[in-house]
Ligand binder design. Structure first.
Ligand SMILES: Nc1ncnc2c1ncn2[C@@H]1O[C@H](COP(=O)(O)OP(=O)(O)OP(=O)(O)O)[C@@H](O)[C@H]1O
Length: 472
């Protein structure tokens, strides 16, 4: 038996001897008795020995502080450990050589020949990463310098039928100047879509200006939107200040959280949109406007109108084309792909290899309802990325609420990804019908009459079906 092991090792090593000798890294191979079988020339030179002379000697007698014999005994790899040889701290790795289940030897490498070299290389790698990051940022800022919008439709991840229908609709409405209202729960990607529409439009090279109507105090909103003249009020800047409308002129104005705009401001906004001109606070003349307006909200505008908190006339003006973004729990097919996308993104940013989700972790993620939608998923993946070891993300690294979904209702990873192609014919047809109805609703901006017409069914049948599938 021992002979056989040696023969196998001889065969393997002979094939690669000249390659191993040409390497800058130091390489040593021991047999199953921890005797040196091969040592490459650079390593032998460093030790001050001749490769032929040490062949067959116990590795512990030739290399100081070696652990190669331990690797042979345990069959376990040791990566990037410190090993002091002739006064220098080397960085060494050791791997068992396994053939048909048995350890026939071990291979050891020394990558950095002292800690100084390791530090130098570390600095070099950091510089490369910074440069790569800088180039990426430069690309983003040059996109931004052109327009202020840096997301494209390609950045929108999602293969589900719903997302495909949305992409088609976005492409269709982007080119004209039509006013778009984007609706969806918090974190569903409303801002991302606003950017994508601008990027696809003829205005892509012109400014994209965003205003978060919920984040600006009521008394500042007017001057923020319309700008002000010098001396317009106490504390006004010298020379005045351009408003977001003026800055967006020629391009796109994105009013986020429009449902949170105070009523008096709604009246002023409506006037500007109707007159197509804007006058700054304290100003004496109006500037003609040429903007494309995109608005977004997570609030139910119809209810706000009913309670008197939102103007119906403004609603009609902003709701020319409506795009409804589905919550993540209604397109669970996209969860795995989005998770992977965020892990890869972090990997590119940090230079660390992306860990993989275990089946249990992915199953819990597929069963969870994601009230914070994609933003929540992105945050969960970021926390898991930084706390993961062994390139794995087990369930224990996910927040507690993800493991609390009762397992009897938790669909498995395969259930979800195969939801279109598994189950009885009836189940598959139902799944397909649900997706078709959902897609039609999206295409028709949630207008049920139009969606029913598009599908060639009566309004009452359409209502029965949305009831049956619990589509809201
Ligand atoms: N389909 C998607 N693919 C990839 N990333 C996405 C997608 N949708 C959203 N994101 C990311 O999720 C995060 C939240 O998206 P975004 O800010 O556009 O949501 P929102 O609906 O505008 O949220 P809020 O209403 O809270 O402002 C962002 O980091 C965005 O890049």
């Amino acid at each position: 038996m021992p002979l056989k092991k040696t023969e196998k090792l001889t065969q393997a090593a002979n094939t690669y001897k000249s390659i191993l000798n040409a390497m800058e890294e130091w390489v040593v191979i021991v047999d199953h008795q921890s005797k040196i079988f091969f040592i490459n020339r650079p390593y032998a030179r460093f030790l001050g020995v001749k490769a032929e002379d040490v062949k067959g000697k116990k590795v512990t007698d030739v290399i100081e502080n070696t652990r190669m014999h331990i690797t042979v005994q345990t069959g376990k790899a040791e990566r990037l450990s410190l090993q002091k040889i002739l006064g220098s701290n080397m960085i060494a790795s050791r791997f068992p050589i396994i053939e048909q289940g048995e350890v026939i030897g071990a291979i050891g490498t020394v990558i950095f020949h002292d800690t100084h070299e390791w530090k130098q290389i570390n600095t070099h790698i950091k510089a490369l990463l910074t440069e790569q990051d800088f180039n990426h940022q430069k690309q983003l800022t040059s996109d931004k310098a052109l327009s202020g919008a840096s997301f494209h439709l390609n950045d929108v991840i999602g293969d589900s039928q719903i997302m495909k229908a949305l992409s088609a609709k976005v492409k269709q409405v982007s080119s004209g100047d039509v006013t778009v209202l984007i609706r969806g729960e918090s974190g569903t990607g409303k801002e991302l879509y606003a950017h994508a529409i601008h990027q696809l439009s003829d205005r892509a090279e012109s400014p994209f200006i965003k205003v978060n109507c919920a984040a600006i105090p009521e008394n500042l909103l007017e001057s923020e939107l319309f700008g002000y003249e010098e001396g317009a009020f106490t504390g006004a800047k010298r020379g005045g200040k351009a408003g977001k409308f003026q800055l967006a002129n020629g391009g796109t104005l994105f009013l986020d959280e429009i449902g949170d705009m105070p009523l008096p401001m709604q009246a002023k906004l409506l006037r500007v949109l109707q007159d197509r001109e804007v006058e700054s606070v304290g100003g004496t003349h109006a500037t003609p406007l040429n903007i494309r307006l995109i608005t977004a909200t997570h609030r139910p505008l119809e209810n706000l109108i009913a309670s008197g908190a939102f103007r119906a006339d403004l609603y009609y003006r902003i709701n020319v084309v409506s795009i409804a973004l589905p919550p993540l729990r209604e397109r669970r097919e996209d969860i795995a792909k989005l998770a992977d996308f965020f892990l890869q993104k972090l990997s590119r940013r940090t230079g660390r290899r992306a860990p993989k989700l275990t089946v249990q972790a992915l199953t819990a993620m597929l069963a969870y309802d994601w009230p914070g939608n994609i933003r929540e998923l992105e945050n969960v993946m970021e926390a898991a990325f930084y706390t993961s070891h062994d390139r794995k993300i087990p369930l224990s690294l996910l927040p507690a609420q993800l493991s609390q979904t009762p397992t009897n209702v938790a669909p498995t990873a395969t259930d979800i990804t195969a939801s279109q192609t598994s189950g009885s014919l009836k189940e598959q047809l139902n799944a397909a019908e649900r997706n078709i109805i959902k897609a039609a609703l999206i295409e028709c901006g949630d207008n049920r009459t139009k969606a029913a017409q598009k599908l060639g069914i009566s309004k009452s049948t359409f209502y029965e079906k949305i009831d049956k599938y619990g589509i809201s």
